[in-house]
Structures are given as structure tokens and as C-alpha cells.
Design a protein around this ligand. Structure first.
Ligand code: G3H
Length: 569
């Protein structure tokens, strides 16, 4: 119980006012008590102290009702995740928030201020070992927890997460410079993803298959096979910086509903958002050691984690580190999404307004730091001028500045990332690309830039900038566009703009990518859609259903009958 007080000086003692105040307080679920502490000679002036008892905790439905002022990262119900003495966020192991014995921390630099914003524990390999051991034991008990109960807890975590969208969004703004509104959207989307996953899990894991032997040549009906889906064990989840909450829960929720335990290794940039999100699972009441979160330097614990014998599955989203992880991981299921160079093919008959809107939104939202961003425009020469005019008009309207002000274009995640983007821009400049805007950079903030007349000998034609810079290649034919798309090492998504569905289908079939969007920019969501990359863009398929199915193995039990038995035979 906590109490807050406020004073009110009334010109006259008035029971009507008292009751109005009392009824209002009941409406907002506060328990009010009033104390008369001062009275002058007459009853005409009174000082009244009003206070309310407030429950700090959660209702049955998982809703928190902390006072608004307390809803800040690292405070209120999140205060236990912060070592306030040293101002370092703790890691989560065995159901508790802990300080690393290493005594070391990792600094997280705010991309906007370029100053240290947060610090997290630098966990040691010994601490990772302990987490792995505990996660293995916790998983065994969790696998025996009824499916409906697993789903119930996931729904509770989703509600708590959404209730705390503001403090978590605050971390996203500070750690990865995601615009404020998009940061809130990421948290809400994550809560929805968890709930959907709980429901989908109940449906798909509640079913198995039943086979009979006489369908295979040479067999009588003497064998009944019961196949069901069982958990893998410990799932190592490694999300990227650009969606640290959403792409963490897209791994955590399927793993948990399927009966696995989780070891989460957040990206450095985004770690504090992840820790807050994990605390929501803690508050939901998941068994201890089922969900664990270790922070630290990749050089210290990165390989150690991915090569750990206690890991039974890795779900990774990020860059080409994933390729080296896949070489070291051994014989365990892997799910990886490693970026893309998503092409946008615009045909002569396209709705150019629609195409322009999607190119700008698809290419430049979150400053182009999305694996599914439009990363190259391939436009048929005859409509190129008209398209570019529309696109440039939209680019001119984009706001550029800090994420707190909800600007469209915000600083990219790090100085090294900004330098890399600048390298691509300078290479294109040297080789003669047309700059549609003046190149401008302040710190990590890069103004949106379209590069027209890009050619295949420029790096930006093939590499993903992960920034607000969009190359455009003018093509002589659709085939040329498809060939460029298919010559890429990546194969995540692509899109085509045309009013002719027959042409769209032929182009979609020809594009070597995991998904092709017709008349819309590439995107992962809705989150239950299959999401997969070909070639260097990854292995396995994601999306809620595919992730659940990926995080289980099939177990069969065969009943052998002494004599053949035919139904109603
Ligand atoms: O950055 C990679 C994400 O999977 C992209 O997700 O299409 O929802 O932005 P999104």
C-alpha cells in the first residue's frame, strides 16, 4: 500500500464537496480518506488533507494501475531491474534480477545525444553456464504444464506489456532513436503478437496426427501411429537492435507456448527495452528460470552462447553474423533472418501515386533501418521521371530530427552505421549517381536522400545501407529488373507495382525472394503471415504459426496390433 497526499483549502466546510470528491475518487478506483487537520474559530475555513491508498500491483486481468507520473523506465514497478547505486540495469536469471559478479558493465549510447544513456551488466561465461543449467531444469517442468495454462500466462504477459507501453517505448526512443509513436506501436504490436501466439498455440499444438499402416504397400492395418508435437528444450533468442522488443517476443512467445524455456541475449542497443519487456513476463508470474535474459559483450559471451551445448534451438535476427553462427551452431534447428535488399519494381501501368507513397514509407520509415525496407527502386524508364517527381515531393515533406519529437527521419543507430552509409553515398557520388537532395549529415542524423541513375557498378546497387538513402535504377525492361533482383545475395522480400494482375503474378513467381508484395511495400506483418528469406537473407520461416512449428519436434507412438483391425470392418 502506498499513500499520496494532497491538500485543499476550502473556503467553507461543505459536505457536498466532500461527497463529490469521494465519489470521483471511487470512479478512478482510489480509496480516499479525508482528515480535518486545521480548523479556525469558526467552521468557515478548514484545511483538509485528502489521501488515497493505492495498491501497487496487478489486478486479476493483469492490468497495472500505477500513477501516471511513475510510469518511467527503471522506476515504479521497474525499479527492481535497476541497480540504482551504480545506475546499471540488472540481468535476469533464476527468476531474479541480478548484478553480474564480473563487476563490469556495457554502455549503451543514445544515437541522438551520442552520450551514454544506459548501462547493462557484462555477464560472464560462468553466469551463462548457470542460466543454461537452470533453463534446462525449468523447461522440463514447463513441458508438463497444461497448454491452456501456458496460454493463460502468455495472455497475462501481453496485457502487462501493453499496460507498460510508455516506459518501454521511452527506452526504445533513447536506445535506438525510434520515433516516439512508432516505439509505442512496437510495444502494442508485441502484446498483440503474444496473445495471438497463445491462441494459435492452443489450436495447433492441441492437434496431432493419426496414421494407419495399410496405406503403405505391403502393410495390413496392424499399426496405428500417433504423432504429436513436443518441445525442443532451451531456445536461444537473439533479436536485433531495430525491433528489440517485437523481434524478441516473436521468438519468446512461440517458444513458451510450445513448452520450451528461453535464454534471451538482447542486442546491446535495445538491451534496456528488452529487460523491461522481460520484467513484464516476470510480473505475469512465469515459473523461475523459464525465461532468462543475459546481457554483455558479444566478444565475451556471443560465441559462448551460440555454441553452448545446452542450447537446443537458435532463433536469430540480425546481420551476416547469422551466417557464422549457423556454421558453428551444430545439429540444432535454426531460424534466421539476416537482412535484405528488397527491390521495388515499378511498371509502366503502375498507379504512380500509390507506388511513390509506398517507396517513401517503405524505404524511409524508421530511417530505412528495417530489413524489409525498400532498398532499391527499379523503375521502367518511360515512367521514371513522373515517379521521381512524386517521390521527391513526398521526401521534401519528411520531418528530420529527434525521435522524441516524433520526426520521420531520426538519427541512425550508431556512428559506425552513419559512417558506413556515408561510404555508400560517396561511392555513388564518385561513380556519377544523380543526387535528388543535397547530402546532409549531423552526427548520426542523415537527411533523406534519393540517388537516381544508379548503376550496377555502384556499391549501393547491392549493399543494404540500413539508413535513409534510397537508390533508383532506371530499367529498359521488366526482365532487367527481375535479373537485378535475382543477382542479389539477398532474397528477403520484393514488391511490384502494376495494375495487371497477370503480369504481377509472373513477376512474383520469377523473383527469388521469400515474399513478393503486389502493390504495396515489403513488410513482415501482419505477424501471423509467413516470413522468410532466401539465400543470405536467412533460413527457416517465421510468422507466428511457422515459429511455433519450428520450435517443436514430432514425436510418434506406434501401437502394434497382433491382428489387422479395420474400422467397422
Ligand atoms: O527489420 C526486420 C523486421 O523484421 C521488419 O519488420 O516489416 O514490420 O518493419 P517490419
Amino acid at each position: 500500500m502506498s499513500a499520496r497526499y494532497f491538500c485543499s483549502e476550502l473556503s467553507s466546510f461543505n459536505f457536498k464537496q466532500y461527497w463529490r470528491l469521494y465519489l470521483l475518487s471511487r470512479l478512478v478506483q482510489l480509496h480516499v480518506y479525508l482528515y480535518i487537520i486545521y480548523m479556525d474559530n469558526s467552521l468557515s475555513r478548514m484545511m483538509i488533507i485528502c489521501g488515497h491508498h493505492q495498491k501497487v500491483g496487478y489486478q486479476e486481468n493483469g492490468e497495472a494501475f500505477l500513477p501516471r507520473g511513475k510510469r518511467m523506465a527503471g522506476t515504479g514497478s521497474f525499479s527492481e531491474i535497476l541497480d540504482g547505486e551504480n545506475n546499471v540495469y540488472k540481468y535476469y536469471s533464476e527468476g531474479e534480477w541480478r548484478k553480474s559478479v564480473s563487476g563490469k558493465s556495457v554502455a549503451i549510447v543514445n544515437p541522438t545525444t551520442r552520450k551514454t544513456q544506459y548501462k547493462v551488466q557484462a555477464c560472464s561465461q560462468a553466469e551463462v553456464n548457470k542460466v543454461m543449467e537452470a533453463a534446462k531444469i525449468a523447461q522440463k517442468a514447463w513441458a508438463k504444464t497444461p497448454l491452456w495454462k501456458r496460454a493463460e500466462l502468455l495472455h497475462k504477459a501481453a496485457a502487462i506489456l501493453k499496460e507498460h507501453k510508455h516506459p518501454i517505448a521511452e527506452c526504445l526512443v533513447k536506445e535506438i532513436a525510434k520515433p516516439a509513436k512508432d516505439s509505442v506501436t512496437e510495444v502494442v504490436r508485441s502484446g498483440d503478437l503474444i496473445s495471438y501466439c497463445a491462441e494459435e498455440g492452443v489450436r495447433i499444438l492441441g492437434q496431432g496426427t493419426f496414421l494407419v499402416s495399410d496405406s503403405f504397400p505391403g502393410n495390413e492395418r496392424t499399426k496405428y501411429c500417433l504423432a504429436s508435437k513436443v518441445p525442443l528444450g532451451v531456445v536461444l533468442a537473439i533479436p536485433p537492435f531495430n525491433y528489440p522488443v517485437n523481434l524478441a517476443v516473436s521468438k519468446i512467445a512461440p517458444a513458451l507456448i510450445a513448452g520450451n524455456s528461453i535464454v534471451l541475449k538482447p542486442p546491446t542497443q535495445g538491451a534496456v527495452s528488452c529487460l523491461h519487456m522481460v520484467h513484464c513476463f516476470h510480473l505475469a508470474g512465469f515459473p523461475k528460470s523459464l525465461i532468462n535474459c543475459v546481457t554483455g559483450k558479444g566478444s565475451e559471451i556471443g560465441d559462448f552462447l551460440t555454441m553452448h551445448p545446452g542450447v537446443n534451438c537458435i532463433s536469430f535476427t540480425g546481420g551476416d553474423t547469422g551466417i557464422s553462427i549457423s556454421k558453428k551452431a551444430g545439429m540444432i534447428p535454426l531460424q534466421m533472418e539476416l537482412g535484405g535488399k528488397d527491390a521495388c519494381i515499378v511498371l509502366e501501368d503502375a498507379d504512380l501515386d500509390l507506388a511513390a507513397a509506398n517507396i517513401v514509407k517503405g524505404g524511409l520509415s524508421y530511417s530505412g533501418q528495417r530489413c524489409t525496407a525498400v532498398k532499391i527502386v527499379l523503375v521502367v524508364e518511360s515512367v521514371a521521371d513522373a515517379l521521381m517527381e512524386k517521390v521527391n515531393a513526398k521526401v521534401a515533406k519528411l520531418t528530420v530530427g529527434p525521435p522524441e519529437e516524433d520526426c520521420d527521419i531520426t538519427p541512425v543507430v550508431s556512428e559506425s552505421s552513419a559512417n558506413f552509409i556515408e561510404g555508400l553515398v560517396m561511392d555513388a557520388k564518385e561513380k556519377g549517381a544523380t543526387f535528388c537532395q543535397t547530402y546532409k549529415r549531423e552526427g548520426n542524423l542523415i537527411w533523406p536522400l534519393l540517388l537516381d541513375n544508379v548503376r550496377a557498378d555502384m556499391r549501393i546497387a547491392w549493399e543494404e545501407p540500413f539508413g535513409p538513402v534510397l537508390p533508383v535504377i532506371r530499367i529498359g525492361s521488366v526482365e532487367e529488373g527481375i535479373n537485378h533482383c535475382n543477382a542479389s545475395n539477398f532474397g528477403l522480400q520484393g514488391c511490384v507495382f502494376t495494375k495487371d494482375i497477370n503480369k504481377a503474378m509472373i513477376i512474383s513467381d520469377a523473383m527469388e525472394t521469400g515474399t513478393v508484395q503486389i502493390n504495396s511495400a515489403p513488410a513482415r506483418g501482419p505477424d501471423h503471415f509467413p516470413f522468410q528469406g532466401l539465400k543470405d537473407s536467412g533460413i527457416g520461416s517465421q510468422g507466428i504459426t511457422n515459429s511455433i512449428n519450428m520450435m517443436v519436434k514430432v514425436k510418434s507412438t506406434v501401437i502394434n496390433l497382433p491382428t489387422a483391425s479395420y474400422t467397422m470392418g
